[in-house]
Unconditional design. Structure first.
Length: 171
């Protein structure tokens, strides 16, 4: 979203009780530091202002904050049951072959063993094969390289989710 005006969803976010706004932010990103930073900067004049604040808050997260954020994400190929956001974002794996699903499970486990957290990628619009290829490539990274890639991927996910939050019809 590149809006220079306020939307009904942004108005709802700006005017909602702190607890409600924080719960909405937690659905976007599980990092309490990220959510707290965005909450503290309310109100936002435009959706773009909110998106920029989200990016700035992401850049400030510590390794511990990133770990907290990643803990809120399901492994690729295994969206959280009953979570429409997780299912929508991982739709590229929905029609995957049993072999591709098995490959992703094996790669996810190897990745998690090496890095101590789930493989995180902005899966929106990616095919199962693209996600598999990404985990194969990224498993060769150092932990430091991977942490910064994860920060970038989380930023992309958060941007999509924040945009959805402020574009939703509040009715």
């Amino acid at each position: 979203m590149t809006s220079s005006t306020s939307t009904p969803g942004l108005t709802r976010f700006n005017t909602s009780a702190d607890g409600d706004a924080l719960a909405a932010l937690h659905e976007v990103c599980a990092s309490s530091a990220w959510g707290g930073t965005l909450l503290a900067r309310r109100p936002y004049a435009t959706a773009d202002d909110l998106l920029r604040a989200g990016e700035a808050a992401m850049a400030e997260l510590t390794a511990e904050d990133l770990a907290e954020a990643m803990a809120g994400h399901a492994p690729i190929g295994r969206p959280k049951a009953g979570d429409p956001t997780s299912a929508r974002e991982q739709r590229g794996m929905a029609g995957a072959s049993e072999q591709l699903k098995a490959d992703m499970l094996e790669l996810n486990l190897a990745y998690q063993e090496k890095f101590g957290h789930v493989f995180l990628i902005c899966a929106t619009g990616l095919t199962g094969e693209q996600m598999r290829d990404a985990v194969r490539e990224r498993i060769e990274n150092t932990p430091e390289q991977e942490r910064e890639i994860v920060r970038t991927e989380l930023g992309k996910i958060n941007r999509i989710r924040l945009t959805r939050l402020v574009e939703e019809d509040p009715a």
